[in-house]
Design a protein around this ligand. Structure first.
Ligand SMILES: *[C@@H]1O[C@H](CO)[C@@H](O)[C@H](O)[C@H]1NC(C)=O
Ligand SMILES: *[C@@H]1O[C@H](CO)[C@@H](O)[C@H](O)[C@H]1NC(C)=O
Ligand SMILES: *[C@@H]1O[C@H](CO)[C@@H](O)[C@H](O)[C@H]1NC(C)=O
Ligand SMILES: *[C@@H]1O[C@H](CO)[C@@H](O)[C@H](O)[C@H]1NC(C)=O
Ligand SMILES: *[C@@H]1O[C@H](CO)[C@@H](O)[C@H](O)[C@H]1NC(C)=O
Length: 411
């Protein structure tokens, strides 16, 4: 329970919305790949407002499937894409859980999720339930690929893996920041504490990710971006509230012997890996601050050396970073480059190309079999940001690994 509440730091404890409403499902079929577009339940934002929500029981394809891609973006009530300078999509995370079937009715009616739910994390090693999601990005969502090449997919809904009496379900952990009229758009998107109407005793009662009292030096990040807080507005600014939703598209195949399963790992550049003698302990912090004092023009570099208990063949890699990112690179133990992810910045006004914002991160699709990570190999993750003061910076590397290759690709 303690472990769960730690994750939930990343917003899940805040508000529970059980969502099952969609307004459009669209199915097509192409090379046995099915695809559907869903719209999540809506949530309200107003100028300067933060919305940090957990939407339980979202629509997800049924049955034993292999997911090929999962893409999401923020839309308004008319289904129009919302640009980042109006409402900044800080993150959306898709998280899997098992629900006790006999409790389902109670949970639906009471919205009490304290019993009957077991969260099931990805294959990554962050402590407890930190960074548990299988998909999830932020402002770069529209320009970042999640496609997995054939015959690879991430397997879900396998009845033999779901405990008896439970049902596999999904939730969204979403945080958006409405920056219309904001005194400092950049400050609000970085969750600067001094721009938010925090409660008076905020620093006295808030505990950090290590369950220690939050330091007065904490200037911004996830802990200050709480649901329904208000970011400082320009004097006299008024604007309408509006209802937004996540529109998400999932592509999948029915699982069969032709599919090759992938493991999914999130590596965090803030992981303070250590050992207690017998076990490796991953101590992920999820976010970090780029200090005010720079070192000239060279980027700020953060590094972590992360041992991979189990290796595999790299099939796809990309990263989740924030505006200001220079690049992120994953190295093997011998120093070889496994994958570099580089940013795309917007140059216009339209959603997906917002000027000055990070609008996409590139990924790597090595020829399957060509990039192998050995069991026990220590990988090095390096994330680089421009050398300017920044709070709530993130540096996650996402990798999909195949533990075996299909016969046809075996060398
Ligand atoms: C499911 O919930 C019911 C009611 O609380 C409980 O009796 C049962 O043991 C639970 N089932 C499992 C498999 O945990
Ligand atoms: C669900 O989690 C509880 C603790 O939170 C644990 O006791 C139980 O064994 C778990 N059940 C399953 C089916 O994993
Ligand atoms: C917060 O803690 C400080 C120092 O311990 C104390 O002086 C102050 O009164 C506390 N403020 C509130 C609102 O609890
Ligand atoms: C190290 O951590 C593991 C996993 O938490 C635990 O099982 C083990 O007892 C610990 N060992 C020592 C020496 O503390
Ligand atoms: C990443 O950024 C560093 C620093 O600017 C640069 O030296 C390096 O070449 C970049 N790597 C890639 C692959 O773009």
């Amino acid at each position: 329970m303690r472990i769960i509440s730690k994750v939930m730091i990343l917003s899940l404890s805040i508000i529970v919305v059980l969502s099952g409403t969609t307004y459009s499902i669209f199915l097509e079929s192409e090379n046995h790949i099915k695809s559907a577009t869903f719209v999540s339940k809506s949530f309200e934002v107003g100028p300067g407002k933060i919305a940090s929500k957990a939407l339980y029981d979202i629509e997800f394809p049924k049955g034993h499937i292999g997911v090929k891609s999962f893409d999401a973006e923020l839309v308004d009530e008319d289904g129009k894409s919302v640009p980042l300078y109006e409402t900044y999509l800080h993150h959306w995370f898709a998280i899997k859980y098992n629900e006790n079937i006999t409790m389902s009715r109670y949970i639906e009616q009471s919205h009490d999720i304290s019993k009957g739910i077991n969260y099931t994390r990805n294959d990554g090693a962050c402590r407890g339930f930190l960074l548990p999601h299988y998909w999830g990005l932020g402002g770069e969502s529209r320009g970042t690929s999640s496609n997995l090449p054939d015959p690879f997919a991430v397997e879900f809904g396998n009845p033999t893996n779901i405990p008896h009496g439970f049902k596999e379900k999904w939730l969204f952990d979403i945080m958006v920041i409405d920056t219309r009229g904001a005194y400092s758009r950049k400050g609000c998107t970085e969750c600067r504490c001094d721009l938010l109407n925090l409660p008076k005793d905020f620093y006295n009662v808030t505990r950090d990710i290590n369950d220690q009292p939050l330091s007065l030096n904490y200037k911004g990040g996830l802990f200050c971006c709480k649901d329904n807080l208000q970011c400082k507005l320009r004097k006299g600014f008024h604007g309408p509230t509006r209802k937004l939703s996540l529109r998400y598209k999932i592509r999948w195949v029915d699982w069969d012997e032709h599919q090759v399963p992938l493991k999914f790992y999130i590596l965090d550049t803030t992981d303070r890996v250590r050992t207690n003698g017998s076990s490796t302990i991953h101590d992920c912090q999820a976010e970090y601050t780029i200090p005010r004092i720079g070192h000239g023009d060279s980027p700020h570099v953060k590094k972590a050396n992360i041992p991979m208990k189990k290796g595999g063949y790299l099939i796809y890699g990309t990263s989740h970073m924030h505006t200001g990112v220079v690049n992120a690179t994953l190295y093997g133990q011998d120093g070889r480059v496994l994958c570099t992810s580089t940013p795309k910045y917007g140059t216009g006004k339209e959603a997906g190309n917002e000027k000055g914002y990070l609008v996409g991160m590139s990924g790597c699709y090595p020829k399957p079999g060509s990039v192998e990570i050995k069991d026990g190999e220590i990988l090095t993750l390096e994330t680089r940001y421009q050398n300017k003061f920044r709070t709530g910076a993130m540096g996650f590397f996402y990798i999909h690994l195949a533990e075996q290759l299909p016969n046809i690709l075996k060398i």
